[in-house]
Structures are given as structure tokens and as C-alpha cells.
Design a protein around this ligand. Structure first.
Ligand code: 8Y4
Length: 282
């Protein structure tokens, strides 16, 4: 299996790639100038890279239902200098977490090679044009509804099947728009228009999506479904997130999105060593 992302080419299977989450949002203590925020984000990106992140996901706009939307200009001000610096100072794969085609295009010019579009279900021609024209890789992440409406009574007759159909349709639609299947990555979008049960069903049957022959990405880090199951607050969700990560790796997931890079790298390298051992006859 090959993943093409602009000039880059990745062959799978290989040890799972760890993607560090890098949010670039204004510091409430700053004076409105962006330098402090940029420097802080770059420092955080460099730190995650040192911890072993293969990949950094740079995002300037929150997807929380209560977040205030920001303009293209504001999003560009936040993310571009960060992408630029990290592309000069690391060898990390850089993705741009955005729903805006203009932001995606500019970030790719600045050094990103992947578009992480959490609105893949809503995006249209403009975003696909960017993917086709730049040769960037594209994360097809499933979301039911929009960031604002997604958690208002999500419903599926069969979440696992419906998201499988969504992947199939999106891959075909992208191909018709000149995007190669080898540019695509699939992500069920944990927490994006899903109840606890839906999230558990999707995690339980992740292995099913291996049939697409595309790299699978997963983000469980600190998410609400862990708190719903266990009653844990944001900062006490790491053990459960690592359990999901190990499980997902055994189900064939190749790219893990996390806030906790060191712990995730360790969990993955351990389970991969054991998987390798289990493949040997004794
Ligand atoms: C605390 C901190 C609690 C963050 C929840 C969160 C995914 C994603 C997000 C994902 C892909 C998040 C941008 C949600 N999740 N992109 N983005 N896959 N591809 N929530 O699962 O981190 S943002």
C-alpha cells in the first residue's frame, strides 16, 4: 500500500506513524500580536517532534460546537507561520487541519503535504481542486452533521456500514475529480456526530475498513467518549486512550493522532514488537 503526499511517498505496512496535535489558538494573555502564539506553537511542535512524532497536525480553528468561527484571514495568520517554521526546522510530515480550501492551499505552499479535512462529508469542489492540483494527501474523515450540529442526537441504522459506504462514495467522488486513491487516508472521525455506543461500535470493527486498501487514521486522544465510559476528566484519559491505540493498531490502524506523543510511541512500539514476535513459529 502506498500513500502519496505531494513529493512524499510512504509504503505500508510499517511502524504506525504518530501524529501530534498542534492547536494554534490565540493566547488570552497576549497583546493581540501573533508572535507569542506562533513561537509557543512552534516550540510545542518541535517538542513533539523530539518526543518522536512523525507527523504534526496544525490547526487554527476549533471544531467544538460552541466555538466562534474565524475568518480565512485569521486562520491564515495563525497557521501559516507555524507550518512555515516547522517545515524548515523538522522533517515531520505536516498536515493542515482545516475546512477552508484557501487555508489548505496556502498551507501546502508553506510546506504542508496533507490536508486533514474534518468536513470531508460537507466539502465540495473547491477543496477537491486543491487536493487534485497540489497532489497533497487527503484525510477523508467522517462527520455526521456539521461541527455545530453533530452532537445533537446522532443517529445511524448501522454506523459501521454507513461509514464504510461514506468512504466508498468519497473515494469514488475524489477519483472523478482527479484525486488518486493513493492520496487518500480514511478516518472514522471518533466523536464527530457519534454517541458513546457509535464510537465503541466503530472502534470494535475498525479492522473492517482494511478492505479499502488505504491507510487508516484514528484520533481518540482525550475525547469525550472516554469520559462518558469511565467518568474521567480530560487529563485522566490517557490510559484509556492508549488502550484504544493498542487495540486500533491490532486492527490495522497506521496513523495515530494524539496529544501525548511519548506515551503513544511507547505503546505502539511495544505492541508492534509483540505482534512481530507472534508472527514467528516457536
Ligand atoms: C480534548 C481535546 C478533548 C481535543 C477533545 C478533543 C480528529 C481530527 C480532531 C480525528 C482527524 C479533538 C482535527 C477533536 N479530531 N482529525 N481533528 N481525526 N483526522 N477533540 O479524530 O481533538 S479535533
Amino acid at each position: 500500500m502506498i500513500l502519496r503526499a505531494r513529493q512524499l511517498e510512504y509504503r505500508f505496512p510499517q511502524p504506525a506513524l504518530v501524529m501530534g496535535v498542534l492547536n494554534v489558538t490565540p493566547d488570552s494573555f497576549s497583546d493581540g500580536g501573533m508572535y507569542a502564539d506562533t513561537d509557543k506553537a512552534v516550540a510545542r511542535g518541535l517538542a513533539m517532534y523530539e518526543e518522536g512524532a512523525d507527523w504534526l497536525d496544525v490547526g487554527g480553528e476549533s471544531t467544538r460546537p460552541d466555538a466562534t468561527p474565524i475568518s480565512v484571514e485569521e486562520e491564515l495568520r495563525r497557521v501559516l507561520p507555524v507550518v512555515e517554521q516547522l517545515s524548515r526546522r523538522t522533517k515531520a510530515i505536516l498536515s493542515i487541519d482545516t475546512m477552508k480550501p484557501k487555508v489548505a492551499r496556502a498551507a501546502i505552499k508553506a510546506g504542508a503535504s496533507v490536508i486533514n479535512d474534518v468536513a470531508a462529508a460537507l466539502s465540495g469542489r473547491a477543496m477537491w481542486d486543491v487536493v487534485a492540483e497540489t497532489g497533497a494527501a487527503y484525510v477523508i474523515m467522517h462527520m455526521q452533521g456539521s461541527p455545530v450540529t453533530m452532537q445533537r442526537a446522532p443517529h445511524y441504522d448501522n454506523a459501521v456500514n454507513e461509514i464504510g459506504s461514506f468512504f466508498e462514495e468519497r473515494i469514488s467522488e475524489l477519483q472523478r475529480h482527479g484525486v488518486a486513491k493513493e492520496q487518500t487516508i480514511l478516518d472514522v472521525g471518533i466523536g464527530f456526530g457519534k454517541t458513546l455506543d457509535h464510537n465503541l461500535q466503530l472502534l470494535g470493527h475498525l479492522g473492517r475498513y482494511q478492505a479499502f486498501g488505504r491507510p487508516l487514521m484514528l484520533g481518540v486522544s482525550r475525547k469525550g467518549f472516554i469520559g462518558k465510559l469511565l467518568g474521567t476528566e480530560l487529563n485522566d484519559r490517557l490510559p484509556a486512550a492508549l488502550a484504544c491505540t493498542v487495540w486500533a493498531r491490532l486492527q490495522g490502524v497506521q496513523i495515530c493522532r494524539t496529544h501525548d506523543v511519548t506515551a503513544t510511541v511507547h505503546a505502539l512500539r511495544m505492541v508492534e514488537a509483540l505482534q512481530e514476535e507472534a508472527a514467528h513459529v516457536v
